[in-house]
Design a protein around this ligand. Structure first.
Ligand code: SF4
Ligand code: SF4
Length: 421
């Protein structure tokens, strides 16, 4: 291992792997276990909600991973260094920053509860303990909203309040901030940026996440001018089809398409995919020549034709190839819902071995108190969590721990193995 390796090296190499736990996801045991498994598998960054309790749980997992790192390396897993801890903020309404809600007493007895079936995190429950949405488990994907035949489900959005929340978040020692924005929000972005700017020296990285839209390139160029000069690395996160990577392979296409647009725009900074990413993403990027190991790209050539370059038959058509420079290559990929679903079978096994009652996870009383007294995202966020996904600490079961790391490695290694270390 090169002692100078760091997450920044991975960005430069083009093999950066980010785990997205979810800007609204607050299930502490699940976040802790996901962080531990993906860190030991070699993740470069862990992206979590701007909630001190979530940040604390993530930090504990990172500490735990450091103590298991040597063992992971001995077993052949990809752990190399402590990943950067990133927190996501928003400058306006955004699907990543919302929770579903409904009044379960209004549900007709005849309803077959499709909301419960469609929810990928088990956030909808009907029991004597809790009926409705379990806030901690909801990450705002919105799949339950259109499926309700009685139209009872709505979304509750929230916007980050920088003046009161930013100092609290920064004092936790995070490494990076991500700003979620959308085309047309210049003023909102500027307002949030003005609050962040005095704290930039504490950060190792800033990321700007934006979905596709008309004039997205022009919008991002405007943001680029707003934040210049910037004394730390910058990522443009192409949020193709938000929170959808577990739905099917094709969800990755929207992110790849947006990524191509942004690469061609040649904005200063690294370009990293998200929003619909899954185990098809690397294969797709590879086939398009967008990874750093690929030296020739027919796609880029479509924008920068060069008649002196050789040609190759691709999809039955003769295309001219062109060498690409690093600014036209992807720096990394972030995975959210797909990464979470990949480990679900492990959490089910872990759950079956833990107490089948109301389960707070095995968190210290201190952590619970921290959570109770710092409800940053909304009031009364702290609720009892019915027995659900991965309530126990993963490291207490070494067999399941290394199974989880092995599963996580199947995803992390895709980008790590494409580009030689
Ligand atoms: S389907 Fe999505 S939005 Fe609805 S409760 Fe589940 S996680 Fe929340
Ligand atoms: S789908 Fe709608 S009506 Fe049916 S159980 Fe869910 S929230 Fe209630």
């Amino acid at each position: 291992m090169n002692t100078f390796d760091s997450p920044l090296t991975a960005l430069k190499r083009g093999n950066w792997f980010k785990l997205i736990c979810g800007a609204s996801y607050q299930h502490l045991p699940a976040i802790r276990n996901l962080t531990l498994a993906y860190t030991l598998a070699g993740a470069d960054c862990i992206d979590v909600a701007a909630d001190p309790a979530v940040i604390t749980a993530t930090t504990q997992a990172l500490n735990q991973a450091e103590s298991l790192g040597k063992q992971a390396q001995t077993l052949g897993f990809g752990y190399r260094y402590r990943p950067w801890l990133m927190v996501s903020l928003n400058d306006g309404e955004d699907p990543h920053f919302r929770k579903a809600q409904f009044e379960a007493t209004a549900c007709p007895d005849s309803c077959w509860r499709p909301c419960e079936t469609v929810c990928p995190t088990g956030a909808i429950a009907f029991s004597q303990i809790k009926s409705g949405v379990i806030d901690e488990l909801c990450y705002g994907c919105g799949r339950c909203i259109p499926i309700c035949p009685a139209n009872l489900i709505s979304a509750r959005s929230y916007v980050f309040r920088p003046d009161e929340m930013l100092p609290l978040v920064l004092q936790t020692g995070i490494d990076a901030l991500e700003i979620h924005t959308q085309v047309g929000r210049e003023r909102d972005f500027q307002r949030l940026w003005n609050s962040i700017q005095p704290h930039l020296e504490k950060l190792k990285l800033v990321s700007i996440s934006c979905p596709d839209g008309d004039d997205v390139v022009e919008y991002l160029k405007t943001l680029s001018e707003m934040i210049t000069p910037l004394n730390c690395p910058l990522i443009w996160q192409t949020d193709g089809r938000p929170m959808s990577g577990d739905i099917g392979a094709g969800t990755t296409l929207a992110s790849v398409k947006l990524c191509q647009k942004i690469l061609v725009a040649n904005l200063p900074g690294y370009v990293q995919l998200a929003g619909g990413t899954n185990d098809y993403t690397i294969a797709k990027l590879k086939s398009l020549g967008l990874l750093q190991s690929t030296v020739q790209s027919p796609v880029i050539n479509a924008v920068f034709p060069n008649p002196d370059r050789p040609t190759q038959t691709i999809g039955g058509k003769r295309k001219r190839l062109r060498s690409i420079n690093s600014s036209h290559r992807v720096a990394g990929v972030a995975y959210g819902s797909y990464a979470r679903v990949l480990l679900s079978p492990i959490w089910e096994k872990l759950e079956s071995l833990s107490t089948p009652e109301i389960n707070m996870g095995t968190f210290d009383q201190d952590e619970i108190i921290t959570r109770k007294h710092q409800p940053l995202i909304q009031e009364n966020m702290f609720t009892l969590v019915e027995t659900s996904h991965c309530g126990s600490r993963l490291e207490t079961n070494p067999e399941l721990l290394w199974q989880a790391v092995g599963k996580a490695s199947t995803l992390v290694s895709q980008i790590k193995s494409v580009i030689s270390e």
